[in-house]
Design a protein around this ligand. Structure first.
Ligand code: ADP
Ligand code: MG
Length: 285
């Protein structure tokens, strides 16, 4: 362990370093993540945005320990998951992770009613009986499903199903909540309810990571990470409005499209003026 440096940011709930994911099939090879460095802090809602195919789901599945990286480091709740034992992985899944999938029905069991889902999640989290009843009552209230406690998924609207999915993921207040396009199939009102719940998880101290195309989710996030072609290209703090372009460990910098358009020859001259680095398009010769 490195010595503690009080000037350093606290250890995040999750971080990835030089993360590479290659999806291989018999006929093809797709590099979904090309060396991503990112930190996900406690109490912070991070929106992962980027075009379809940019690697959002690949990153989330690795953070969720549903998939393993091809290279790089994944640290969740202080444990390096690439070298962790199966028992440690099980413990992280049980105690640390809360996962919400895009399809409401993929999060739910058709034969279980609303209360059944919350009880089952409580049992999986290892909560005792008394604690369990309190947690179930609290979550039913929080997600507004108390009047639906005996309904099964098929009897719920898509919005209600997804609220139940979020409630189930929040049982036991996991430190890392991961959601892949959780509002993609919801009407605006239901989406707003899900956004509110994810925000509440963040305010309660969880690190929340949400892949999304939904402007309402982005607006509610504290930080926005943009992925392009498997590379993290920018970080924006929504409170400060400041966008940081990410420079990877190899010194590579990805320019946003509007800036890239100023470099038609794809060559630049670089100068350091006082403490400012100036990039100029190569003069036509
Ligand atoms: P996003 O969630 O941003 O749309 P994904 O992480 O799903 O991006 O996909 C990134 C790239 O990896 C895409 O080119 C996608 O086709 C490819 N990909 C994702 N999962 C698999 C898989 N299981 N097998 C092969 N290719 C995959
Ligand atoms: Mg995806």
């Amino acid at each position: 362990m490195p010595p503690t440096d009080p000037t350093h940011a606290p250890e995040p709930v999750a971080r990835v370093e030089r993360l590479v994911k290659i999806h291989r099939s018999d006929t093809s090879e797709v590099q979904a993540l090309r060396g991503v460095d990112a930190r996900f802090a406690a109490g912070v809602v991070t929106a992962l945005v980027g075009p379809s195919g940019s690697g959002k789901s690949s990153l989330l599945r690795i953070l969720a320990l549903m998939d393993t990286p091809s290279a790089g480091t994944v640290v969740v709740a202080g444990t390096d998951t690439t070298s962790a034992s199966p028992a440690e992985i099980r413990r992280i899944r049980r105690d640390v992770l809360g996962i919400v999938r895009q399809r409401p029905t993929h999060n739910l069991y058709p034969q279980l009613d609303v209360v059944g889902h919350l009880r089952q999640a409580s049992a999986q989290r290892g909560l005792g009986r008394r604690e369990r009843d309190a947690v179930v009552a609290h979550l039913l209230d929080t997600v507004g499903l108390a009047h639906r406690r005996r309904s099964r998924p098929a009897q719920l609207s898509g919005g209600e199903q997804q609220r139940l999915a979020v409630a189930t993921a929040m049982v036991g207040t996991p430190a890392l909540v991961l959601a892949d396009e959780p509002t993609a199939e919801l009407d605006r009102e239901s989406a707003a309810a899900v956004v509110e719940l994810l925000g509440a998880a963040g305010r309660a101290g969880a690190g929340v990571v949400v892949a999304t195309h939904d402007p309402a989710v982005v607006a509610a996030a504290d930080v926005v990470y943009t992925l392009h072609h498997g590379t993290l290209t920018s970080e924006t703090g929504t409170a400060t409005g400041v966008t940081h372009t990410v420079i990877d460990d190899a010194g590579r910098l990805q320019l946003p499209p509007e800036v890239l358009a100023r470099f038609p020859s794809r060559r630049a001259t670089m100068a350091i003026v006082d403490d400012t680095v100036v990039l100029r398009p190569e003069e036509p010769s």
